[in-house]
Write a protein that binds this ligand. Sequence first.
Ligand code: FBP
Length: 552
Amino acid sequence: MKLSPLQIARYKYQPKLPGMLRNGIAEISVKVGEKTQSVADQEKIAALFPNTYGKEEITFQKGENTSPAKVHKVGVILSGGQAPGGHNVVCGLYDALKATNKDNVLYGFKNGPIGILKDDYLVFDDEYIDQFRNTGGFDIIGSGRTKLETEEQFEVAAETCKKHGITAVVIIGGDDSNTNAAVLAEYFAAHNTGVQVIGCPKTIDGDLKNEDIECSFGFDTATKTYSELIGNIERDSNSAKKYWHFIKVMGRSASHVALECALKTQPNICLVGEEVAAKKMSLAQIAEYIADSVNARADRGMNFGVAIIPEGIVEFVPEFSVLIAEINELLAGSKTEEFNALPTWDAKYAFIEKGLTPESMKVFEILPQGIQQQLFLERDPHGNVQVSLIESEKLFSAMVKDILAKRKKEGKFNGKFATQHHFFGYEGRCAFPSNFDADYCYSLGYNAFMLIQYGYTGYLSKVSNLAKPAEQWVAGGMPITKMMNIERRNGQDKPVIRKALVELDGKPFKYFEANREQWAVETAFTYPGAIQYYGPAEVCDITTMTLALEKE
Ligand code: FBP
């Protein structure tokens, strides 16, 4: 395999650990904190997790390691979408295991949680793992979206562990995967399997965070990557002065990614789904809001600009959610076949008109035809609309174009409106992890082993104080049940980790809100440039503006 110069250099990078983990494993002791309660629904969660609920928060500190001596066989799983730094979690875990006892073994279950069900695995050694240090991607063992959630699956997982003598499993995933990790930990404890389960917080979306977990890994690198690209586009836009760029960025539900990119690049527009929902904005209102910026800039002779659109935006628009629900209903069961058999789009349109309520039809009518067709033609295996495929960047630019055309006729808009569209998502998920993510992930993995060594289960590897230099980071663990509440999922009450949406009274949004009117009219672009891996710490090691503002 041909290696790039950066890859060779990154192999040699030594990730920074929190100060308290730097003295060698023999010098790490545990400070046991307060007993914990779940964030809500305490009685119900306690009843569902009788063996793992209510445990103490723990912190590691310098001191004699008092954990019992034993040979550890540990399995690791990467779950869900890729996020930069995943390889380093595995490397940190491996290094801590081997530093403790070279007979310890790390198994990697392949292609996500399915690996433990199929007993599909590899055993790590130095030669193999060294090819992945400080690199992006999840290709070290692959990832997948199978969910580990049924008793039958837990039984199979327990069998796999028993077969290999594995006594701990580390699950690297987002809110759903860590919810499942907690349920698995409870099952293993209740059935006296002797297998511990530890979670690690991953997702570029940034929506696995709470008062204990300051951020999920991958968010830093992904948003730096998108912000570099957005900054480059801003500069192009400001040079050519002829295009409005509509840029959609990933973030399936929450708008953290869009907001962080906006804080870094100061575009003219950034939509925030959570605000759209709170203000119950309609599609037309959002389009008017963007058109106002285009109009105001055109009045100042600037027929160019940049708008950031979060991937999940349309689901936050109340009238759009109703429309989607009605479409799903309209095409349920055999009605899809009936619809597909109609020969022309006109015939299909008549079918749609007959089936939707007048309110939803009004929403449907204002959509560009391409989007209308997308809603009906590209559907998932259950026949549901695939909201994530909706090209919202094109939807809004088309709606803005219509508004401006109308304003032109009325003599209110005299500018030009030429557009370009972009979607940044996969570009950032496997980037070389920034120094922050390389350090954070390695620490999460190393720390996960410390939790295993001290016998904890149902805990999330927790590294905090992240806005400070790594030396001052605090390593420890938090019972996953502490982050849980009961939510309605698929018609049932389920214990889940609460997803973190953008808080409209939080400092990152407030900062954005205080500046966006100016950004909408002026050209206040900032150009973050590429991620820097080597150079001064204030350039290379700083993390997100979201975290910096939250921890101010
Ligand atoms: P995770 O929540 O599993 O980390 O994945 C997040 C994400 O990157 C979203 O931003 C995006 O909507 C989705 O994955 C894309 O998923 P897929 O890789 O299945 O296309």
